[in-house]
Design a protein around this ligand. Sequence first.
Ligand SMILES: N[C@@H](CCC[C@H](N)C(=O)O)C(=O)O
Length: 273
Amino acid sequence: MTNKIKFTKMHGAGNDYIYVDTTRYPIADPEKKAIAWSRFHTGIGSDGLILIGTSDKADFSMRIFNADGSEAMMCGNGSRCVGKYVYEYGLTDKTEITLDTLSGIKILKLHINGKTVSAVTVDMGSPLETGEVCFGKEYPFRSTQVSMGNPHLVTFVEDISQIDLPKIGPELEKYHLFPDRTNVEFAQVIGKDTIRMRVWERGSGITQACGTGACATAVAACINGLAGRKSDIIMDGGTVTIEWEEASGHILMTGPATKVFDGEIEADNGQPK
Ligand SMILES: N[C@@H](CCC[C@H](N)C(=O)O)C(=O)O
């Protein structure tokens, strides 16, 4: 007998994940499912898998698995989509939702348009660690490390179109200074408080957008005097607005959340027998 699981494909600025309500469909071996289902030819195709569940500390919980099966502490774009999912699928009628993640409890404020959620503002908390990295002769730039619960390495360059992201992304992801690997962002200031950013994500490769990466980029820009406390981060798949609140020290991320389709998959699809 096959065990069918209902899922929803959603994206935040093009960063696409498979979402499963685990209160209805508990998922065994999520690491293996993330690998199998994220594959484009034999699975559903995605940047990873996001599990929505219950929590004794918050309204809902979120777990995020990259396409290589590794579990991450936080997902900015995913958290906005979880807000849209729980509201539009009737799991809550609240428009302010608490979300339990491995990186702490995040507060989601839903922007409602009729019966749908058009955008979400997430209080991402404070950036945890920041620091400068110099690579000496190996790479001719200075980068800024920022933790948004998960690790980011942000490098500002004069011309982002000159960056060979498929080559340098995986090299920096696994660079010896980063034992837990890192997400890699290259960014270019293109106007006042307007930054173009491209990302190589730890565990998923090039994605169209990264929410925590956008937060890290805005923080790095502010620390390095390249932007003020509020900036627009333009990524391949869309734009998010990041505000680093002075009073609280928290980062507020506002951006879109979009449903693509609902589907059903056999639980063992794509997995080695
Ligand atoms: N795309 C996400 C981040 C997903 C996790 C990341 N690849 C990691 O391993 O830390 C986002 O929108 O924040």
